[in-house]
Design a binder for this molecule. Sequence first.
Ligand SMILES: [Zn+2]
Length: 285
Amino acid sequence: MKIGIDVGGTKCLGVAVDDSGKVVQQYRLPTPHADALCDTLVEIVAQLGEFKFIGIGVPGLISPEGVIRASPNLVGAKELALRQMVEDRLGKKVLVENDATCAALGEWKSGAAHGATDAWVITLGTGIGGGFISGSVLQRGAHGFAGEVGHMVVDPDGPLCPCGRKGCWERYASGNGLSFLANGEKGEDVLSRAKAGAADALGVVDTFAKWVALGLVNLTNMTDPDVIVVGGGVIVSADVVMPRIAHWFEQLLYSPQHRAHPRLVAAQLGEQAGAIGAAMLNTSV
Ligand SMILES: [Zn+2]
């Protein structure tokens, strides 16, 4: 049995995964202040039972040594040596990785990107998480910080981002971005009105889809993937959103008639993607 835990801004979700990759149990607790994070993780592990390996996914900049360098959505988490702390408490090997990188690993090993040699897994949530596989290798970059696509600037004169710059992709193409484009209406409300056929909501979703596609085209120009997996809360309404993203992707792609197009698909593992991927971190070398 292996355990994976996805540390989110509000909750920590742990799963126990058997040798075939199947989730056999899950347990969640609210995310505490960083001072108590190790205690919470140990409690989740205790609830999930015996295991050979534990992997942890955390949002933010995570060093290869498992140190949380900075994590804007985790209160108090700065230069926190989480891997060492949890290993000391449990006496077993632990790996800590960026949460979006974990989600990419999960979708690649047992979800919508299974079998791909080159793939992006993009999660549209509060912000945008990104992870990618190139040449059948999960990419981490020189310092572990690869795939921070949410802060790719797509509009230098756009709205201010918490990262301190203007017009980051996630200002437009995340769940929060959808709400911004709808003048503050909740993203889920826009989507349900769009599903019911409301013309103004469909217009907002179309604009949103164009922003999503713009970023995906940029990623395609950089890495030439064979599949792009799109997940996150917005994709619960995949039937409304995905065809529009695909439409704009075709419109915006560079030299579309002279190349194979990547497949755009909805994520399959839902909110468990990061935890499942974390449980597989020891197979990701
Ligand atoms: Zn930003």
